[in-house]
Design a protein around this ligand. Structure first.
Ligand code: NZQ
Ligand code: ZN
Length: 387
């Protein structure tokens, strides 16, 4: 049965065409605002100008740009200095998960007196407060626009680690599907796969008859399958972009996980692959899915049957066959999105697998999965068996 839970989703979602104009009214006029964004896309696709226009009623606006994918700790410290020097007291992130996660880190670090790396090492627990932040989403994927979590990299320590804190829930997030029209096919696909795996991490676990959470999860998966391929073919399809954007956000707003067991092993292992071999987040997820589902098929048997029936319309007397088939269908869907799905596609062999295992141990990722039984030794066996 469903476990007791507290569900909170304090972020205001402002959805729709032209919703950027809400920036004028949503950020209190007396705030000293800093706009944070990535490398080039915001300016090339015209979103920067729209944001500047919406904030034109402010006497001062600070900026920090150049936030790369897998946001780098050392680079973000420069922003913390700028925030303190200019007494910035409101952060506006415009971008995808990397910019939003970076902004969450900066929001905490700007008010933290200790060593900022402690924020990440303590998984966010050492902080009590953060600067207020809001987001303009340009790449639907991470769901960071609506949750209290973030992932920061520190290349000098070969680390890419998650942290969370209630203080970094965005005050509001602007979800305008038109801002995603310029996404290259590969980034659209990344967002679809990342969201798909976010749902599986919260849904393909232990069956507790959570009809609403399961139904919501299955509907998001069906939407990603139907509208994902539409958006890839027709990038300016407003309806498909709307459904994908809402899928990414609602997959991570906390309801899917309410009262059920969560997995997250694939994500934790993927972080090590990204930090060791510089393989982007979703591409790392794509090569882990097959070995992981095959390894866990007994443990996840009930939910795999439910997933195969309710999402892929596969069900026959032979349950084992249905499970095999649904894993195959899932991998084929990822391949249709343009993903490579084998470790060997990235030359990850025995030596590299041992490096991944060593990193998991050093990052205390030693009891993963909904049953806490995915140990580094299990990961090694699972990855070595699969190519
Ligand atoms: O840097 P620019 O030039 O802006 O280009 C970006 C970036 O290179 C580009 N882009 C973004 N919006 C665009 C666009 N290009 C054209 N048009 C647009 N509208 O896309 C590239 C990738 O952006 P990034 O933010 O890195 O991608 P994503 O949104 O997938 O975020 C990935 C990060 O999210 C973290 C991952 O670990 C990774 O660091 N995650 C955060 C989570 C969370 N906070 O809950 C959970 C997730 O599982 C994930 O781990
Ligand atoms: Zn993810």
């Amino acid at each position: 049965m469903i476990k007791n839970f507290t569900f909170e989703s304090p972020t205001k979602i402002i959805f729709g065409k032209g919703s950027i104009s809400a920036l004028k009214r949503e950020i209190p006029l007396e705030k000293r605002v800093m706009l944070l964004y990535g490398c080039s896309s915001l300016k090339t696709n015209g979103i920067y100008d729209k944001i500047i226009e919406a904030l034109s009623n402010r006497s001062e606006l600070f900026e920090f740009s150049g936030i790369s994918s897998n946001p780098e700790y050392d680079y973000l410290l420069h922003c913390v200095e700028l925030v303190k020097k200019n007494k910035v007291d409101y952060l506006l992130a415009a971008g995808g998960g990397s910019v939003i996660d970076a902004t969450k880190f900066i929001a905490l670090a700007s008010l933290f007196d200790g060593d900022p790396w402690k924020i990440v090492e303590s998984f966010g627990s050492c902080c009590k407060e953060a600067l207020p932040l809001a987001t303009v989403v340009t790449l639907p994927a991470s769901g960071s626009e609506v949750n209290r979590d973030a992932v920061i990299s520190r290349r000098s320590k070969k680390a890419k680690l998650p942290f969370g804190n209630r203080a970094v829930y965005p005050q509001f997030s602007i979800l305008d599907p038109e801002l995603t029209f310029t996404l290259p096919k590969e980034q659209t696909a990344n967002g679809i796969l990342d969201t798909f795996v976010h749902v599986l991490e919260q849904y393909l676990t232990i069956s507790v008859n959570a009809k609403l959470q399961d139904g919501f999860a299955e509907k998001i998966l069906c939407t990603l399958i139907s509208d994902g391929l539409i958006a890839i073919k027709d990038p300016k399809n407003y309806e498909a972009r709307s459904n994908l954007m809402l899928s990414s956000t609602m997959a991570m707003n906390g309801f899917l996980r309410a009262g059920v067991s969560m997995d997250w092993a694939i994500h934790m292992i993927s972080h090590e692959i990204t930090s060791l071999f510089d393989i982007p987040h979703s591409r790392a997820l794509a090569i882990l899915i097959e070995p992981y589902l095959i390894f866990c098929k007994e443990m996840k048997h009930q939910k795999l049957l439910q997933y195969s029936k309710n999402v892929w319309n596969i069900y026959n007397e032979n349950e084992a066959e249905s499970v095999e088939l649904v894993i195959k269908k899932t991998i084929e869907f990822f391949q249709d999105l343009g993903f490579k799905t084998k470790l060997s596609d990235y030359q990850i062999k025995e030596k590299e697998v041992k490096m991944i295992v060593k990193q998991l141990i050093s990052h205390k990722m030693i009891k993963l999965g909904e049953n806490r039984n995915i140990t580094p030794q299990v990961v090694e066996k699972m990855l070595l068996n699969c190519y």
